[in-house]
Design a protein around this ligand. Structure first.
Ligand SMILES: Cc1cc2nc3c(=O)[nH]c(=O)nc-3n(C[C@H](O)[C@H](O)[C@H](O)COP(=O)(O)O)c2cc1C
Length: 325
């Protein structure tokens, strides 16, 4: 399938694996890219720019296809040295960067000068238009359903995607709630040029996370996520567990006086315990409502091939049959 996104990034299928903290290592990114999608290494999971340079080199050893690096500009407890991370990306020869969180403008000139294509992840039409106006090549439009940070507008993808299509000139992918061929066909129908998936890619054979995480996603239904940190305007969609129960209780008792320090232990530095050690109650971890659509743990190749086959069949059989009556 050829779309503006496959053309822009030089990939076979319009399927991107979004950056994911403590999940987006070289193993997963290279597996997605080898399967014809676009794999993305999560920059800030590497604790220093030197470690990111090593992870990029490792990914390059594992695939000769294009892959990207995610740079997230979220409120951090200590600001990371972004210019040095960008130097590692440029010197590592990476040609695609997924930015997310705050406006990437301060770093865009350096990325563009190195011939890097930038796809910015946004949760609203106005942020997508801003990304377009400052020179981003594409956007990833992340609806309310998404795992991670859905923003504060709460607009689901059935509205957000066609609204983005009405306004944007640059290509965009649909992110949040995407799992299968149905998602891809729906996203294309709503005006997107492909899909970005997070949660679905965690439940794959190559995702280098503890089996407990994959099993928790398969066991979860679409009812099992919660939103936390709303009053801090840093809303995150996470899978319900004992850590999240503690956060919700503290949020309820503190009300408007809540500060990040009140919940710090449940939301900061918890990813290694969850993703590597498989301690599923260690704290809050991002997970999308799409968990309700995830029933197995295939390889990335099986998953991507299945999505493409299902999408082609939907288009050529179901939709053609329906429209010919
Ligand atoms: C465990 C997890 C960690 C994530 N970490 C990041 C991150 O560090 N930076 C980022 O830009 N997005 C992050 N995301 C968001 C994903 O890249 C993607 O936008 C989102 O998962 C899409 O929604 P979905 O889970 O419904 O597919 C994360 C998502 C998950 C599930």
């Amino acid at each position: 399938m050829k779309t503006a996104i496959t053309e822009l990034f030089g990939i076979q299928h319009p399927i991107i694996q979004g950056g994911m903290h403590y999940v987006g290592f070289a193993q997963l990114a290279s597996a997605v890219s080898n399967a014809g999608g676009l794999g993305i290494v999560t920059g800030l999971t590497q604790r220093t720019p030197e470690l990111l340079a090593k992870e990029i080199a490792r990914c390059r050893d594992m695939t000769d296809r294009p892959f990207g690096v995610n740079l997230t500009f979220l409120p951090a407890f200590v600001a990371p040295p972004y210019p040095e991370y960008i130097r590692a990306i440029i010197e590592g020869g990476v040609k695609i960067v997924e930015t997310a969180g705050r406006n990437p403008q301060p770093y865009l000139a350096a990325l563009k000068a190195a011939g890097i294509k930038v796809i910015h992840k946004c949760t609203s039409v106005r942020h997508s238009l801003k990304a377009e106006s400052i020179g981003c090549d594409a956007v990833s439009v992340d609806g309310f359903e998404c795992g991670g940070h859905p923003g504060e507008d709460d607009v689901p993808n059935f509205i957000l995607l066609p609204r983005a299509a009405e306004e944007l000139k640059i290509p965009f992918v649909a992110s949040g709630g995407m799992a299968d061929g149905r998602s891809l066909v729906a996203a294309l129908a709503l005006g997107a040029d492909g899909i970005n998936m997070g949660t679905r890619f965690i439940a794959t054979a190559e995702a280098p996370v503890h089996d407990n995480v994959k099993k928790a996603i398969v066991a979860a239904s679409e009812l099992d996520t919660r939103l936390i940190m709303r009053s801090l305007r840093n809303t995150e969609r996470v899978l319900m567990n004992d850590g999240v129960r503690r956060v919700l209780e503290i949020e309820r008792s503190k009300g408007a006086s809540l500060t990040i320090d009140d919940i710090h232990d449940q939301v900061a530095g918890v990813y290694p315990g969850i993703m590597i050690e498989g301690d599923m109650d260690a704290g809050a971890w991002s997970c999308g409502m799409v968990a309700g659509l995830i029933h197995d743990i295939p390889s990335c190749k099986v998953l991507i091939d299945r999505i493409m086959t299902e999408a082609e069949q939907l288009i050529h059989r179901r939709l053609v049959r329906l429209s010919s009556h």
